[in-house]
Design a protein around this ligand. Structure first.
Ligand SMILES: [Zn+2]
Length: 256
């Protein structure tokens, strides 16, 4: 194996420092955690509350979605082992920007995209996630939050570049912080790695107009990577969640 690319940071939920080594290696993209190999597949997902987590037995690897989104954007499905020193992929700046940079030296490799023969739809309450046949790949998202700075937002990519989605950070609400911390979540969250809202507006500065929905589309892309191969089609999340994204990825994985 060649020299690994090293990325250091803290986990959003665990708050623990973690080192990631990206190794060039033959075979499909996979994670190594504590000597255990985990494939980024919907069938290996064990949790979808607040982040997407892979696992096997008692082993967990949290918050894989932003790195997976970067792999999707770079077209990397083979030729990489991701060695992780702890139970969570680091949050870095809350976006997928640094992962895109870290993956720059890895060639785009993997199967050709497969066309969908029909539409797939999964839903729960007001949320739904769809895959529709199309010769052109696109990902789109809508969100609706009763907040003065969010409200209804929509993004479709393309025309918005996938790399632009990758710059959008995780977002959250100050009011939720206490409750999430009490549940042992977001111990590593800070104003450096999330766009944070209070009741009235922004606590820190957004990177772009509509950053929340851009990030939702990024999360969808990351979760779609769990289908195990690229698909040609239109992928749409209306008020999506990791749970629904992963359910769609599971149905796509079963097609493969
Ligand atoms: Zn996210």
């Amino acid at each position: 194996m060649g020299q690994p690319v090293v990325v250091r940071g803290v986990g959003l939920h665990t708050g623990e420092p973690v080192v990631v080594r990206l190794h060039p290696a033959e075979g499909p993209v996979r994670f190594w955690v504590s000597g255990v190999e985990l494939r980024p597949l919907a069938s290996a997902v064990v949790e979808t509350a607040r982040c997407t987590a892979l696992g096997r037995g008692s082993l967990r690897l949290l918050t894989v979605e932003h790195l997976l989104a970067a792999l999707y954007i770079r077209g990397i499905w083979e030729g990489l082992v991701v060695e992780v020193s702890g139970p969570e992929i680091p949050i870095l700046d809350g976006s997928a920007q640094e992962w895109l940079e870290a993956l720059q030296g890895f060639p785009s490799r993997g199967p050709q995209p497969v066309s969908l023969s029909g539409s797939i739809r999964v839903e729960e309450g007001h949320s739904r996630v769809l895959a529709q046949p199309s010769e052109v790949f696109s990902v789109s998202a809508t969100i609706l939050f009763p907040h003065p700075k969010i409200g209804y937002q929509q993004v479709v990519s393309p025309p918005v570049a996938l790399e632009e989605l990758a710059r959008a950070r995780t977002f959250g609400f100050l009011e939720e912080v206490e409750a999430l911390r009490a549940r042992g979540l977001i111990r590593g969250a800070s104003l450096e790695n999330a766009l944070v809202f209070n009741q009235y507006g922004y606590v820190n500065t957004p990177r772009m107009l509509f950053e929340p929905v851009y990030h939702k589309a990024l999360d969808l892309l990351g979760d779609l990577y769990l289908a195990g191969r690229p698909y040609r089609g239109r992928f749409i999340a209306h008020r999506g969640s990791h749970r629904l994204h992963v359910e769609l990825a599971r149905l796509l994985q079963d097609l493969g």
